[in-house]
Write a protein that binds this ligand. Structure first.
Ligand SMILES: [Zn+2]
Length: 136
């Protein structure tokens, strides 16, 4: 966000109603949680290419909130989740929260409702979680 837009946003906060502030607070909290999760994922990015193990890699922009790397050896790109069950999973930041729901023995329906997922997406998380548990 540009500095001028951010300043305008901050200036408008003083004129919000209590209900609007509550809604904004919830959005800020959820967004911050997603950002922290993405940073945690980024910190686990392999230093070598997961495909060819070449260590000559360069940063190659950010996609879906995750740092992307380009391998100079095989000319492919990757991010921290490439080759993991989280690869190509939408809303990756919810995966740990989903695992927590499963640990609490919540049903699939309860887990989906808790995290605001549809049952189709929830089924995808369950499949990835099962794959992860079987692998490790
Ligand atoms: Zn490579």
């Amino acid at each position: 966000m540009k500095v001028a837009q951010f300043k305008a946003l901050l200036d408008s906060i003083g004129s919000l109603t209590t209900a609007q502030l509550t809604e904004l607070s919830g959005l800020v909290s959820a967004s911050k949680s997603k950002q922290v999760s993405r940073e945690a994922l980024d910190s686990m990015a392999p230093k070598a290419c997961p495909r060819c193990a070449c260590t000559t890699v360069v940063r190659n922009g950010v996609r879906n909130g995750l740092q992307r790397y380009a391998c100079r050896g095989c000319h492919k790109t990757y991010n921290a989740t490439t080759g993991t069950p989280l690869s190509r999973l939408r809303d990756k930041e919810l995966f740990e929260a989903y695992a927590q729901c499963m640990r609490k023995r919540m049903t699939i329906r309860e887990s989906a409702q808790e995290l605001g997922l549809t049952l189709v997406v929830d089924d995808n998380y369950l499949g990835r979680l099962t794959t992860t548990m079987l692998a490790g």
